[in-house]
Design a protein around this ligand. Structure first.
Ligand SMILES: *Cc1c(COP(=O)(O)O)cnc(C)c1O
Length: 397
């Protein structure tokens, strides 16, 4: 029996695939250093775990409202007001099984076949596939390492058409860690304000920023932008809660209602006691977060410098997230033992086979000639891993 046409259009998540491959090698006893992980290497803070345990002990183990429990929606409303200056009603908020799930619901709720979704490359792997699953067409806007992987407002303008239904923003970004500063965001905002389409702003890395970078939500740049933007965020990255699966979105009441209907007919509510943990996280201050960001910052400084010291490798200094996205294109076309390495996928395979280092090929994010390294691993691993990469690249001729 044939599978659906829909599923034939998408591919497995390459980032999850790399992580799985590295884990499988490790399980066989191979000493692999993983730069693939898209998750913090810190444990979930204790007060968050305690809140979930308490919820379990108190029997908070039943269905909650499909779009999330009232106390969590209230905590999210307060978070948006406190951190982003955004005023939402609880009815404009949906809690989902991760930010990814909120994004999926959104794409399903607003896109029809023939619609275009403008996506900035390099992009988070799921955006194009989510557009395809909704029958829509991804339209890519390329950026360059030279401009810090930030979109040129003019390029963004050129990508818009009467078919544009959604524009996806992600600052700081995955995979490049690119953060759009206020001035440039205002230019982008004036390009995006007039058109008849939605904006989704994926702000999951808003708090993982360095050197005083200030995240600003495009939804806060005026009433019209507030109306047309759906802000997506989640607990996974800021609170080391990837496995808890709690994310959320806020925006236009009708859009959020449509997303809730989709969620009601597919997953129902996110896990009840995980929601209690999320309330504790959002209301619990940022001490743990600050410690984590400080450590990430030190690792970022080290890895950017070390990568830049490898002959031919160029690495921009990211404003946020926990990834670096170096340009390794000088090594493409070179060979190892007579076998030519043609692209970033083959280079990633080479690094895994020969150097026992897992990285993700740039092509997965729409940027050939680059690789992504997550520095959500110990400084010791980072130092050993970068040394292995440098040695392996030296062997190419
Ligand atoms: C990790 C990530 C997400 C999804 O996070 P959840 O675990 O589903 O909350 C969404 N967007 C980007 C850019 C990410 O890196």
């Amino acid at each position: 029996m044939k599978l659906s046409q829909r599923v034939g259009m998408i591919k497995p998540s390459p980032t999850l695939a790399v992580t799985a491959k590295a884990k499988a090698l490790k399980a066989r006893g191979v000493d692999v250093i993983g730069f693939g992980a898209g998750e913090p290497d810190f444990d979930t803070p204790v007060h968050i775990k305690d809140a979930a345990k308490k919820a379990l002990d108190e029997g908070f183990t039943k269905y909650t409202p499909g779009s999330g429990a009232d106390d969590l929606k209230q905590a999210i409303v307060e978070k948006f007001q406190r951190d982003n200056g955004l005023k939402y009603e609880p009815g404009q908020v949906i809690v989902s099984c991760g930010a990814k799930h909120s994004l999926y619901n959104l794409f399903q709720a607003i896109l029809d076949p023939g619609d275009e979704v403008v996506i900035i490359a390099p992009y988070w792997v799921s955006y194009p596939d989510m557009a395809l699953l909704a029958g829509a067409k991804p339209v890519l806007v390329q950026t360059s390492a030279k401009k810090g992987f930030r979109p040129d407002p003019k390029d963004l303008e050129k990508a818009l058409s009467p078919k544009t239904k959604l524009v996806v923003l992600n600052s700081p970004s995955n995979p490049a860690g690119a953060g759009i500063p206020g001035e440039q965001l205002k230019e982008i905002a004036s390009v995006l304000e007039p058109g008849d389409f939605w904006i989704v702003s994926d702000e999951i890395y808003e708090k993982i920023v360095y050197d005083g970078f200030q995240h600003i939500s495009i939804a806060s740049l005026g009433e019209k932008l507030f109306q047309k933007t759906i802000v997506v965020n989640g607990l996974s990255k800021s609170y080391s809660m990837t496995g808890w699966r709690i994310g959320y979105a806020a925006g236009d009441k009708d859009v959020v209602k449509a997303m809730s209907n989709i969620q009601d007919q597919s997953t129902s509510n996110p896990t009840s006691f995980a929601q209690k943990g999320a309330v504790a996280a959002l209301n619990g201050g940022e001490d743990d977060l600050r410690k984590m960001v400080k450590e990430f910052g030190a690792r970022r400084d080290w890895i950017v410098k070390a990568l830049e010291e490898i002959p031919g490798v160029r690495c921009s200094n990211p404003e946020g997230a926990f990834y670096v996205f170096p340009d390794i294109s000088v090594y493409l076309g070179k060979s190892f033992q007579g076998k030519k390495i043609n692209n970033s996928t083959e280079l990633s395979d080479y690094l895994l086979d020969q150097a026992k280092v897992a990285v993700v090929m740039g092509s997965a994010f729409g940027a050939e000639g680059f690789i992504r390294l997550s520095y959500a691993t110990s400084m010791k691993n980072i130092q050993e891993g970068v040394k292995r990469i440098a040695d392996a690249l030296k062997k190419l001729e």
